[in-house]
Design a protein around this ligand. Structure first.
Ligand SMILES: N[C@@H](CCC(=O)N[C@@H](CS)C(=O)NCC(=O)O)C(=O)O
Length: 206
């Protein structure tokens, strides 16, 4: 299978998950222009990463679907719920849905303020409003992580890969991640993880 990513983007979570899953994959590293370009839109018309293309040609988009697929394809790696454990699956999906929707989307006015203002003068305000939304999301995640090593299920899952990426992004806002000690400790643990280190190295510019 082939995973399309942009360095440091939300696609890093799928990249980490594939490394943890220990399944063979090819990595395609794209820049912003490639992601929005015509050639890539023929693969994923949404022009977004992550995009996973299976060996039989099936294209899977959306982090939640990709992470779920990776977890299910490598049961031995225990990155998801145990087969048939509906309660655990619901908990995992709940945490993933919250990360890919509420948390990721809180960043939208930060990354693309122009989409949230009708005049360029409003863009700075859109960004400021984003900080408020972002703080609320991270305060909630911080509370969830009190006394927990992993985001959900009591063991490492694909949700940890995504939470890690969201924690990395926090450094781009006025309030640093260190203001959230449980998230900072989680991030430090993941930064020491060999799979995370490999994925980061693979995405680092040559
Ligand atoms: N709903 C999608 C969102 C994917 C998304 O927004 N990806 C961003 C990177 S984090 C992207 O590809 N943006 C296009 C660009 O920046 O050109 C998912 O969860 O996978």
């Amino acid at each position: 299978m082939k995973l399309y990513v942009m360095p440091g983007a939300c696609s890093l979570a799928s990249h980490i998950a594939l490394v943890w899953a220990a399944v063979p994959f090819e990595l395609a590293i794209l820049g912003h222009d490639d992601v929005g370009g015509e050639a890539f839109r023929r693969i994923n018309p949404k022009g977004a990463v992550p995009t996973l293309v299976l060996d039989d040609g099936l294209v899977i988009t959306e982090s939640l679907a990709i992470l779920d697929y990776i977890a299910d394809s490598a049961p031995a790696a225990r990155l998801g719920a145990a087969p048939g454990d509906l309660r655990a699956r619901a908990q995992l999906n709940e945490s993933l849905a919250e990360l890919v929707s509420d948390v990721h989307k809180a960043w939208a006015p930060f990354f693309a303020p122009g989409r949230f203002a009708t005049q360029s003068a409003g863009e700075a305000d859109a960004k400021l409003a984003a900080y408020g939304q972002i703080e609320r999301q991270y305060a909630r995640l911080e509370a969830v992580m009190v006394g927990r090593e992993w985001r959900v299920l009591g063991h490492r899952t694909v949700a940890d890969a995504y939470l890690y990426v969201m924690c990395r992004w926090k450094g781009m806002t006025p309030t640093p991640l260190s203001a959230f000690p449980n998230l900072a400790a989680f991030t430090a643990r993941l930064e020491a993880d060999p799979g995370v280190r490999r994925a980061l190295a693979e995405e680092a510019p040559a």
